[in-house]
Design a protein around this ligand. Structure first.
Ligand SMILES: NC(=O)c1ccc[n+]([C@@H]2O[C@H](COP(=O)([O-])OP(=O)(O)OC[C@H]3O[C@@H](n4cnc5c(N)ncnc54)[C@H](O)[C@@H]3O)[C@@H](O)[C@H]2O)c1
Length: 462
């Protein structure tokens, strides 16, 4: 643990609000440092990693030719140690508190791969500290967090790539978007995101917190509850309210609605936008089953997974366009227009408009047009990192930008609120409020536990 950094952090804390932050031209400082090369001796870009679990491993493995991991923060010291060992021969500085990475002037890039309830806070603080960020999806647990992220991103001008790598999968999702944008399926009537349901668990007993884990910091902004763990010999992952399995608790995630919704609802929304559907949704209706009883939108049992296992939602848009979000059919996105339909998932792109490409190919620049004219190198996760690093150098908006992400995440969150309350909702997209339902609107934000509030500071443009 790099303890000497704590002193600097205390100093910074007292100068955060006001002149110190306001006098820093974030945009210029970062552009200059990349134009001059990086501080890293092997000429890769220096990066600090926050959250050293499964996804950070996969991501940095994809980007390891271009980035040099100089610091890693995890509340589980075994994980930060093994991450440092794997990606920098043990030379990366290890921290428990990620804010010590944000305080370092020699790090311009941050990767956030913490559990979902720990995305918004480090992302906002990283932007305010002048860093560019590759942050895992979903960026938020609530709609109001999304508003704040958009505001801070706009004010700071930081480059933020969301970890929705389907947007950089050229042979499948990007090609599907090019087919839509080229008018091959006509006017879209319906988009469907089939995303699977969440698993259930037995009662998971309270267990001793492992020595290497700071459980209070893992919980962070979420309510204080005991650590739970149940080994499942020979049956794969243990049941827990911590590593990886946090996905199946509304306290830390939106369940499948945001875990996979962030991928497939994103593709549905991208298709609608390319097809000229400029206005947001007006209502959501449907039904959802949970593995425990819910009262006033909250689970009454606290000892087992609680996110929705079975659901079917219909989201209506002006002009009679519909988005379906469901768990019960083949994982993937089905896009139906008045001239045809296509299906796309991580293995295939199918449908008559796809077959027709053999005789009537897309224009040469069709994919590039939907990919914002940005370079198209490699594929999938590697391409997504290449896109981020290119946009950092060129100060351009990456392919998975915070604005489109929030637009579609609003839909996922609305589905979650509707599921938890067990009723249909009307949505006013311009004010980002649920219409005529005070209780539902109370789910637009969440309380942050004392000591884990977002540390705001002024920016030059605030
Ligand atoms: N893009 C994709 O396809 C994809 C795939 C899998 C996961 N993900 C996303 O990646 C994120 C991480 O998922 P995972 O499966 O790697 O989870 P994980 O539980 O394996 O890893 C998360 C890590 O973050 C650490 N952590 C928790 N709080 C922290 C804090 N305050 N500071 C620093 N570290 C902290 C945990 O100790 C853990 O090591 C999730 O948001 C998930 O949605 C994305």
């Amino acid at each position: 643990m790099n303890r000497q950094k704590t002193v600097r952090r205390d100093f910074l804390k007292t100068t955060l609000v006001g002149s110190a932050a306001m006098s820093t031209p974030y945009f210029l400082s970062s552009t200059r440092s990349f134009a001059q090369g990086t501080s890293s001796k092997n000429d890769k870009m220096s990066i600090g990693v926050i959250g050293a679990g499964g996804m950070a491993n996969g991501n940095i493995n994809a980007a390891r030719d271009w980035v040099d991991v100089v610091a890693v923060a995890d509340v589980d010291s075994k994980r930060s140690a093994s991450f440092s060992e794997q990606f920098s021969d043990g030379k990366a500085d290890e921290y428990e508190d990620y804010r010590e990475i944000l305080d370092r002037d020699d790090i311009d890039l941050i990767h956030v791969a913490t559990p979902d309830h720990w995305h918004t806070k480090p992302l906002i603080e990283a932007m305010l500290a002048g860093k560019d960020v590759y942050c895992e999806k979903p960026l938020t647990l609530t709609i109001d967090e999304g508003k704040l992220i958009r505001k801070v991103q706009k004010e700071t001008g930081r480059i933020v790539q969301v970890g929705t790598q389907q947007r950089s999968t050229f042979n499948l999702f990007v090609k599907a978007m090019a087919i839509v944008a080229d008018g091959r399926i006509g006017k879209i009537r319906q988009v469907q995101a089939a995303i699977g349901g969440a698993p259930t668990s037995p009662s998971i007993p309270v267990a001793a917190v492992p020595d290497e884990l700071n459980w209070d910091r893992w919980l962070g902004p979420a309510p204080k509850v005991p650590y739970r763990f149940l080994a499942r010999e020979g049956k794969g992952r243990p049941n827990t309210n911590c590593h990886y399995e946090f996905r199946w608790w509304y306290q830390y995630s939106g369940g499948k609605l945001t875990d996979w919704g962030a991928h497939h609802v994103d593709i549905c929304n991208w298709a609608l936008k390319l097809n000229g559907q400029t206005e947001g949704p007006v209502s959501i209706s449907g039904a959802a089953k949970h593995p425990v009883e819910f009262k006033d939108g909250f689970p009454v049992q606290d000892d087992r997974y609680n996110t929705t296992t079975d659901f079917h939602f219909s989201v209506k848009y002006p002009g009679d366009t519909e988005m379906i979000i469901r768990n019960d059919t083949d994982n993937g996105v089905l896009i139906t227009g008045d001239k045809g339909r296509i299906f796309v998932n991580r293995r295939k792109l199918a449908g008559k408009p796809v077959e027709d490409l053999a005789d009537n190919p897309l224009p040469e620049d069709a994919l590039s047009k939907v990919y914002k004219g940005l370079p198209m190198e490699l594929n999938e996760r590697k391409a997504h990192w290449a896109n981020f690093l290119h946009c950092v150098r060129e100060r351009k908006e990456p392919i998975s930008d915070v604005h489109s992400h929030m637009e579609m995440l609003n839909v996922c969150h609305l589905a979650g609120i509707s599921a938890r309350l067990g009723r249909d909702l009307k949505w006013d997209d311009s004010s980002e409020q649920i219409v005529g339902d005070e209780e539902a609107n109370s789910f637009l934000a969440r309380p942050y536990r004392e000591g884990y509030e977002i540390e705001m500071r002024e920016t030059a443009n605030s």
